[in-house]
Design a protein around this ligand. Structure first.
Ligand code: HDE
Length: 716
């Protein structure tokens, strides 16, 4: 496999972490005090059958530590997976920002990234329909910079004050704590149907973006407008983007639900295995820049987090590459204890006045206090900045740093005035100075009032199959809603986005489409409704190509998992040659047999299967190859085995995957739904097709033949 972007020889963060690592290999067991332990099997007792003594400090220490092992999970984004990596700058942003890590082309900055779902608990499934977190901690020479991003570029709400309401609504319902990791329930849709500002986000959430094939195949967005500040103090608004080199891909919803049962750690495992195998996930890092003086050039407000800047209006400039190339050593120490905060910034980057961002700036430190238990969480190795901390902040639970001397205040003369404040030219951070005038007011800007036009733009930009999936997702979610009035109100919302969508959904829910004269919850009760009622506007950009995942397909099969179905007597020549071709293109071949006992191929070689067909499922593979070999096929079509292999292939077929039937596999082919399908389906490959191997590779690179979905499922 192509081992690109091998971990840099030098990664200062990893070197720093090394100082905290321990390895038990060849060591004697000790207590927490370093005392060697002689017996870790029996507690201290009055005699062999007697009561245990309170004196047993070894027992007490062990049990006490265990009793306190758990810490509170994150109030949102509890379920996550992390990895180390490197950010390499490919284009200098020196003209726009003085941030050191964005100035010198070729500069490498160590990073730690944590991906997450939002609603589920720590142990919940990876494949929930949900937003994914994409948090990046850049360990820069000027301090830590955190880009706490999501895989969706907009948000549900415009103002942070609504965040607790949103999260309460989506989390399991308060009385019976049901459902886990799912938005398909009454309280979520009750809230959403009353929040027109969430409609754009809802379009994204109901799209397949919310069920990614892999963390490695999703985008990341900073969501808010931030500011770049250059040496002269000139300001540009900036939106951040991560674009995966493997393209943006999803699974089918039916598949997601099955993966949740078969392998709830699917995304976590996929990330871990890819990095372990040297298939390092990579993203292009890009920016959309808007000079400060052009702030008001748009038909939406740059400070409104429910809007994107369409890429047709401001293109994304690619400025660097993010590569993840090392798995953590310890999940708790690194992935669980890492603490992100959008307020961790460096000179050259500043906040905008987006009211959602402003609220976040308070929340993240606050939440770490209850989660990690102390304001000293910055001293946990994964959170430590590369440069040593020098200030007069002191003490508190679990303080690690030993600050020398008697001086812990400033100004001081006894300590020679240290630590000194840094001048700007020495890297001292100064907030960008912005002239603000106005009166104190608890209200929302008129410029935030259009809630539907970008929802329309998103829906209009989807390919036909993407629209169908989005519609089906709405039907699924709202079918789980028990309160009819909520279903009706939600359909009324959809009518502002697309009437056909609303009617199709309504038809399947058994409700009527009534366009709403609805109160907009973001409007204060005593505001003049004629000025603030949500407007129905046509989007200026009708269709944005960047919004359809279909347009992100890349010509690569790297890291795709291909299942080879084979047993005793499988034809070794064809199988090996295809395996070699696929692996040389970076794919991963896994052998599936009737059981996991080693078998022999037709040339007498012993083969050890990765899976038995009953211990895995077709949803865990990107494509299938039914290997040739008469004896092997006979093993699979034996009574008792046949329906298992047929169901396995049928499922892959229904999920629009590439399926390749080797020579002489007709008996299986004929028993599957595949035999009843259209012959021009490019992802069904049979051995007699010219260039069958190439066609298979092309089909895998295309990810799925969604355009044949209806056809493939009609046969079911
Ligand atoms: Fe977060 N969010 N958030 N959020 N968020 C948290 O901080 C919050 C928002 C995001 O991998 C919490 O450390 C408020 C937008 C990610 O550790 C908490 C608001 C975006 C993660 C918090 C938002 C995010 C979090 C919980 C509305 C995309 C996971 C644990 C004003 C740009 C970080 C924690 C990780 C986590 C608050 C909205 C992304 C409670 C108040 C918008 C990726 O502080």
């Amino acid at each position: 496999m192509d081992m690109k972007n091998t971990p840099s020889e030098k990664n200062e963060k990893l070197d720093q972490l090394d100082q905290f690592k321990t390895d038990n290999h060849n060591e004697k067991m000790t207590t927490n005090q370093g005392l060697k332990v002689n017996n870790n099997q029996d507690s201290l007792k009055t005699d062999e059958r007697g009561a245990t003594l309170l004196e047993d400090f070894i027992l007490r220490e062990k049990i006490t530590q265990f009793d306190h092992e758990r810490i509170p999970e994150r109030v949102v984004h509890a379920r996550g997976s992390g990895a180390h990596g490197v950010f390499k700058l490919t284009k200098s942003m020196g003209q726009f920002t003085k941030a050191g890590f964005l100035n010198e082309v070729g500069k490498e900055t160590p990073v730690f990234v944590r991906f997450s779902t939002v609603a589920g608990s720590r142990g919940s499934t990876d494949l929930a329909r949900d937003v994914r977190g994409f948090s990046v901690k850049f360990y820069t020479e000027e301090g830590n910079y955190d880009l706490v991003a999501n895989n969706i570029p907009v948000f549900f709400i415009q103002d942070a004050i609504k965040f607790p309401d949103l999260v309460h609504a989506v989390k399991p319902e308060a009385d019976h704590e049901i459902p886990q990791a799912s938005s398909a329930h009454d309280t979520f849709w009750d809230f959403i149907s009353l929040m027109p500002e969430s409609m754009h986000m809802i379009m994204w959430l109901m799209s397949d973006r919310a069920i990614p094939r892999s963390y490695r195949m999703m985008e990341g967005f900073g969501v808010h407008s931030f500011k770049f500040i250059n040496d002269e103090g000139k300001v540009h608004f900036v939106k951040f983007h991560f674009k995966p080199k493997l393209g943006v891909h999803s699974v089918a919803w039916n598949e997601a639900q099955k993966i949740s049962g078969v392998d709830p750690d699917f995304h976590r495992r996929d990330l871990w295995d890819a990095i372990d195998n040297g298939a390092f996930p990579e993203w292009d890092f890009g920016v959309q820049l808007v000079p400060e003086e052009n702030e008001f050039d748009f038909d939406f407000d740059l400070l409104d987090a429910t809007k994107i800047i369409p890429e047709e209006v401001v293109p994304v400039e690619i400025i660097g590459t993010l590569t993840l190339n090392r798995n953590p050593d310890n999940f708790f120490a690194e992935t669980e204890q890492v603490a992100f905060h959008p307020g961790h910034i460096v000179p050259g980057i500043d906040f905008s006045n987006d009211p959602l961002l402003q609220g976040r700036l308070f929340s993240y430190t606050d939440t770490q206090l209850s989660r990690l238990g102390s304001p000293n969480f910055h001293e946990i190795p994964i959170n430590k900045s590369l440069n040593t901390v020098h200030n007069n902040n002191r003490d508190g639970h679990m303080r690690q740093q030993i600050a020398k001397g008697k001086v812990n205040y400033e100004p001081n003369s006894i300590g020679g005035g240290c630590p000194f404040q840094a001048m700007m030219k020495e890297g001292g951070f100064t907030s960008h100075s912005e002239r603000i005038s106005g009166s104190k007011i608890r209200a929302r800007s008129q410029s935030f009032v259009d809630h539907y036009s970008q929802a329309k733009m998103f829906f209009n930009s989807q390919a036909a199959h993407e629209k169908t999936h989005l519609e089906n997702a709405l039907v699924f979610e709202l079918s789980k809603v028990k309160t009819t009035s909520i279903r009706e109100r939600m359909v009324g919302q959809l009518a502002f986005i697309d009437m056909t969508l609303a009617e199709n959904v309504a038809g399947k829910l058994g409700v009527k489409v009534t366009r709403l004269e609805m109160p907009n919850q973001s409007i204060p009760a005593d505001a003049d409704p004629s000025t603030l009622q949500s407007e129905e506007r046509e989007p200026k950009t009708q269709v944005s190509e960047a919004l359809s995942m279909k347009n992100t397909v890349k010509d690569t099969i790297e890291s795709r998992i291909i299942g080879f179905i084979m047993a005793n007597g499988a034809a070794s020549e064809n199988t090996l040659s295809l395996k070699n071709i696929l692996e040389s293109e970076g794919a991963v071949v896994q052998i599936i047999s009737n059981d996991v006992a080693p078998f022999t191929s037709d040339n007498g070689n012993a083969i050890v299967p990765h899976h038995s067909i009953t211990s895995t499922a077709s949803v865990c593979f990107d494509a299938l190859y039914i290997c040739p070999g008469e004896e092997s096929i006979q093993e699979f079509v034996k009574p008792g085995n046949k329906h298992i292999v047929v169901d396995f292939i049928n499922e892959a077929y229904k999920h629009c995957k590439a399926v390749y039937f080797g020579e002489g596999t007709d008996e299986i082919y004929n028993a599957t739904l595949v035999s009843t399908g259209k012959h021009d389906d490019p992802a069904i490959i049979t051995a007699e097709k010219p260039d069958a191997d190439d066609l298979f590779i092309k089909a895998i690179a295309g990810h799925r033949v969604w355009e044949f979905e209806k056809e493939r499922n009609m046969m079911a």
